[in-house]
Ligand binder design. Structure first.
Ligand code: PLP
Length: 424
């Protein structure tokens, strides 16, 4: 390379760095710059209102003991991708137990819910489906659809089944629609109407991402019911404890062709699954690059997940406790007239609206010792920044009460925030 060429290379690097730096500055200005905050061990867990470890299983003695047993038996890692030698009897037993519990033909294991969604959608999009997805679907679903499939993606308004029906009716006759929605919407905590989704399936396929539902309450409650206020009373506490299989407990579960879910939330660990029939599972296994070219999760992890599964199947008091917590949270929020979004799941978002105000509230709560993360665009639509409270049995009842004392104090001292967060 001569001097001139070297110069050009350096300058290109510099140009790129300048571009990145401008982007970061813009994000700072819009209050959209994200930061990593290391958690300090166990001491802060009780005051963390932004964790998806709903039942506290990440801390459960049986799960921890199973993980340790798995480590002794198998060592620390799987050592290869699943199709090479990374798939062990520990993985297989987990997969079989899940298939049986879900009532499906096959369960494939993935390293994360993100990769499971991407993998499945890439395979099906390449095979020629037209994805018809709820606008509020998770980033991993969007990413799975990739670029260059623009004409084969339709987005329907959130839980709007008329819009869904119209879009499906207007597809060219040769297109196979793949309806994609979520069992519990991650940023809103509401649910779809699975009857309505399956009624629209027609000649196509239906896929649900149940990342936030699996291991928790059955989704009997539809969005419509929620809107009419039936469910806050209707989905009784006991019912959720009775069946913890998320969307698989729904009467129309057999209409769902593919369910993806994670072990990182109610299961308290990490990893993910795709539950489907033999044929689709086999196609995913042959073609999903996330599965083929990625090291399998550790066998010890499979054993720990299996221990979480055993706890979830026991139908124990944890579910009831969580439901009690949700009801208690809602009653305290009602006393403060907080603008909670309608949800009967452990995801309880407080709508703030403005990015800067949402950040301010999160920071004020943080100063009081609470972790309540502000969720901003592009994760949620513009103008709907919110504090996404998630309830978990790691929190103490006391912490919950303190949280509302702190909120009361903060809103009393800050009229602008009070106007944004409280109903008149
Ligand atoms: C968390 C989440 C995922 C990703 O799961 P991971 O196992 O954490 O990668 C996918 N979909 C939804 C709806 C989620 O909330």
């Amino acid at each position: 390379m001569n001097l001139e060429q070297t110069q050009a290379v350096i300058n290109r690097g510099e140009t790129l760095r300048n571009k990145l730096s401008a982007q970061l500055q813009k994000q700072s200005k819009q209050q959209l710059r994200r930061v990593l905050t290391p958690q300090k061990g166990n001491c802060t867990r009780a005051y963390n209102f932004s964790s998806n470890d709903y039942l506290g299983l990440s801390q459960h003695p049986k799960v921890i003991a199973a993980y340790q047993r798995g480590l002794s038996e198998w060592g620390a890692g799987a050592g290869a991708s699943p199709l090479v030698t990374g798939y062990t009897t520990a993985h297989h037993e987990l997969s079989e137990a899940l298939s049986e519990w879900f009532g499906v033909e096959r369960v494939l294991l993935f390293n994360s819910g993100f990769s499971a969604n991407q993998g499945v959608l890439q395979v099906l999009t390449k095979a020629g489906v037209t994805a018809v997805i709820d606008k509020l679907c998770h980033a991993s679903i969007y990413d799975g659809l990739g670029h260059g499939f623009g004409e084969r993606i339709q987005r329907f308004r959130h839980n709007d089944y008329e819009d869904l029906q119209n879009r499906i009716e207007n597809l060219p006759g040769s297109n196979c629609p793949l309806i994609v929605s979520e069992g519990v919407f991650s940023m809103d905590g509401d649910r779809p109407d699975i009857f309505a989704l399956s009624a629209n399936k027609g000649r196509g396929l239906l896929m649900l991402d149940d990342a936030h539902g699996i291991g928790l309450a059955s989704p009997q409650a539809s969005a419509n019911e929620l809107a009419s206020g039936i469910t806050s009373k209707g989905l009784a506490r006991g019912e959720c404890g009775k069946d913890n299989r998320g969307v698989f407990a729904h009467p129309s579960a057999h209409e769902i062709d593919i369910v993806t879910g994670t072990f990182g939330k109610a299961f308290g660990i990490a990893g993910a699954f795709v539950a489907t029939d033999h044929q689709i599972a086999d196609s995913i296994l042959q073609n999903a690059r996330h599965l083929i070219y990625s090291t399998a999760f550790a066998p010890a992890q499979a054993i720990a997940i299996h221990a979480s599964l055993d706890i979830l199947q026991e139908n124990n008091h944890l579910q009831t406790e969580l439901q009690n917590r949700i009801a208690y949270f809602q009653s305290l929020a009602a006393k403060l007239k907080l603008r909670l979004m309608p949800s009967n799941t452990p995801i309880q978002p407080l709508l703030v609206g403005d990015n800067a105000l949402a950040m301010r509230l999160a920071q004020l709560l943080r100063a009081e010792g609470f972790q309540c993360i502000a969720i901003r665009p592009p994760t949620v639509p513009k103008g709907t920044a919110r504090i996404r409270f998630t309830l978990s049995l790691n929190q103490s009842q006391e912490a919950l009460e303190y949280l509302f004392i702190a909120l009361d104090r903060i809103l009393n001292a800050d009229q602008e925030l009070a106007d944004a967060c409280q109903l008149r």
